[in-house]
Design a protein around this ligand. Sequence first.
Ligand SMILES: [Fe+2]
Ligand SMILES: [Fe+2]
Length: 348
Amino acid sequence: MEDKLKRNTLFNPSGDVDLRLRRMIGGNTTNLNDFNNMKYSWVSDWYRQAMNNFWIPEEINLSQDFKDYPRLDKAERTAYDKILSFLVFLDSLQSNNLPTVSEYITANEVNLCLHIQAFQECIHSQSYSYMLDTICSPEERNDILYQWKTDEHLLNRNKFIGDCYNEFHEKRDKFSLMKTLIANFILEGIYFYSGFMFFYNLSRNGKMSGSAQEIRYINRDENTHLWLFRSIILELKKEEPDMFTEEKVKIYEDMMREGVRQEIAWGQYVIGNEVQGLNSQMVSDYIRYLGNLRWSGLGFGFLYPDNQKEPENMQWVGQYSNANMVKTDFFEARSTAYAKSTALIDDL
Ligand SMILES: [Fe+2]
Ligand SMILES: [Fe+2]
């Protein structure tokens, strides 16, 4: 196959040093972690932001959540469990797929970012385990952790992205890499959001505030992951126009629409009209708005003409998810949790 990608050579003294020869894919990298000479200048800002975002799940106090969890309404509790199960699975999939992507990225500064992202995805999975360990019994915890296999809706949801990632693992060509990058973008920019908004909604109703705080840290990381993948895709648009023929872009657009469709269906299944403060219409309007935001962020315009603006009744989501815009509250909450930092050593 002519567009089969060549895996990076690990020890490669004959790799290119000249920045002008560096490419996102198809180049010849030495693999040197050279922080002084970067072709993709946005990496410096990205790296600094990712470092600044470092956090430890156990620094967030979940003692109120321990009391709140048994008192949640049945619908809230079912949604909490299923959403958590979904998120644990997605973060695991991410941390396992990213190293495969970086085997074919020939700009080492970008690989640095992908490795940091993989590390953060592991922290996300661990934060969910910490939440489950705190609020429920080991039996309940294990049941929730594996609902992604036993709940038919959940399994189907994971299949779309899972199959796409699997295709890349098998084919390792340019087109399947691009589909994996788009799937990644859908996952981090659309899929997580029904879950995130559910936790934020609980918190604004005075429930599970520690869980929402965990999610805010995760969400802050996810924002940088989106930034990374958007940048990679935009660079590839410039460097590899054959990956963006009209026919191929149509396939990426269909993937994006399918991702939005599935996220709305999932939101209706797991949240529906049963959770105080949310309803199906709010969920679908918000997810379509996100679809527009993501697709236009790649320079392709809007998918849903009626959903170009953030729905007014969902503006509270942004107050939670844009953590860097509300630094004061965010870091005040963090500093109180530092009081128990000695306990961390035992926990880890
Ligand atoms: Fe994550
Ligand atoms: Fe992520």
